[in-house]
Design a binder for this molecule. Structure first.
Ligand code: SF4
Length: 433
């Protein structure tokens, strides 16, 4: 390996915000002569950006750290992210982990690692080299962090403890980053954060009152083809935001991911969610009124402490309301330090497993129905990735429907139009027009 061409391998567990931050951390290290290792390729430096939102995320994070240490005894191992904030001692005492980086220090990685790993950072003149833009290695859609942290206090959630209070980025900074991504050939940008629905900017001009205002200014001041909003809390899906969808029809992706968590008003109160199931449903109806072909996804937690069969039945009823097109089903797990972790009446693992299976099966049916509705329509699609087995390209439509593209499709970041001819549970197929 040429002296300066060192290999960097990155692993991200968790959400798009974490994926964005991984790309930014990598971009800070390219000026030091690092290049990305391909999957499975040995590297000199491993960055593992962890998640702690569920116990499963914890165990995935631990597994990836253990494997990196075991398979690369010569390499330097850096562990970052939410699990570091949740369990700092576990990480710092972990033999084989060289450096731990909590969320608040991720943007300093280009300063921290040369000090902590001097043998690996020989060319210190990189210090004054500008940080490269995140290149979203191998991706054709880009994520963009607009805020971090959350001011809500849902009783089951560890995120406020590991991500802190809500901090928004300035609209000027955000628009500059959109322009940089456009120069890199991206046509779709996904806005991400922890609780982006509470976005606002009052510190300087342009003052922005909410997420609707931010979307409007991005679409007004750039020629971005597709703007997607990642997960958004139900009470922040405002009429003003839906009006922006009407105003910029075709440029705002017709996809809404709106966490519900439970359909039981009793459980929603104990979860400290700021809405009841009727208000949730009315929001979904407003979305379908404003964007008739929108695809709506919902997060649901099964097995929250005290959840009875009747509570679960209420959740299932909302999921079957005809307004939801797919589900992300999470099995409840105690998160250290949360209010819910101290609650009695824990639901048994078998019951949780059974309820998860019911909703996971239901989600497959809902997706198949949503896919079926696409037949005969033409969708705007961006190729996402090349499936190694079968050699097909997969695309993601603006309404988040998965599209199987022709074998000989060249790929790329351009928006293509696909006339949908057939559908199945997992995807739709069509002709590139
Ligand atoms: S809104 Fe609730 S669930 Fe979402 S990050 Fe904030 S506290 Fe967690």
């Amino acid at each position: 390996m040429e002296k300066d061409r060192k290999k960097l391998s990155v692993h991200t567990i968790g959400c798009r915000l974490n994926q964005y931050e991984t790309e930014k951390m990598a971009a800070e290290l390219y000026p030091f002569g690092f290049t990305r290792a391909e999957d499975g390729e040995p590297a000199d430096l491993y960055i593992i950006n962890t998640c702690t939102v569920t116990h499963r995320a914890d165990s995935s994070s631990r597994n990836i750290i253990s494997r990196a240490i075991r398979e690369n005894p010569e390499a330097s191992i850096v562990v970052a992210g939410c699990y570091v904030d949740a369990a700092p001692d576990l990480m710092t005492d972990w033999e084989g982990v060289d450096v731990v980086i909590p969320n608040a220090q991720k943007s300093e990685i280009g300063k921290i690692l040369p000090d902590r790993l001097p043998d690996l950072f020989t060319n210190t003149d990189a210090d004054d080299r500008p940080e490269g833009p995140a290149d979203f290695h191998d991706h054709n859609r880009a994520w963009l962090k607009i805020s971090d942290g959350c001011n809500q206090r849902c009783s089951f959630c560890v995120l406020p403890a590991v991500r802190g209070r809500l901090v928004n980025r300035s609209p000027g900074e955000i628009i500059e980053e959109v322009k940089t991504l456009l120069e890199q050939g991206f046509n779709e940008v996904v806005l991400t954060g922890v609780n982006i629905g509470h976005y606002r900017w009052r510190e300087s001009e342009p003052r922005i009152g909410n997420l609707a205002g931010l979307c409007r200014i991005i679409l007004d001041q750039t020629n971005l083809a597709k703007l997607r909003i990642s997960s958004i809390e139900p009470q922040t899906v405002t009429d003003e935001l839906l009006e922006v969808y009407r105003q910029f029809r075709g440029r705002l992706c017709r996809h809404f991911h709106i966490p519900m968590q439970s359909g039981s008003p009793r459980i929603l109160r104990i979860m400290r969610r700021p809405y009841d199931q009727m208000r949730y449903l009315r929001r979904l109806e407003s979305v379908k009124d404003a964007v008739p072909e929108a695809i709506i996804g919902a997060d649901v937690i099964v097995g929250f402490p005290g959840e009875t069969f009747e509570d679960f039945a209420e959740t299932r009823e909302i999921c079957e309301s005809g307004l939801i097109d797919y589900l992300h089903v999470f099995s409840y797990s105690d998160r250290p330090g949360t209010h819910a972790a101290a609650l009695p009446e824990k639901v048994g693992p078998d019951v949780i497993k059974a309820r998860n299976a019911i909703l996971t099966e239901l989600s497959k049916e809902l997706r198949a129905q949503a896919n079926g509705r696409q037949v005969g329509r033409t969708l705007d699609v961006i190729a996402e990735g090349h499936q190694t087995d079968g050699g097909f390209y997969w695309g993601v439509a603006d309404n988040y429907i998965k599209v199987k593209l022709p074998r000989d499709f060249p790929g790329g970041r351009q928006v293509i139009k696909v006339a949908i001819k057939s559908a199945c549970e997992k995807y739709v197929e069509g002709v590139v027009s």
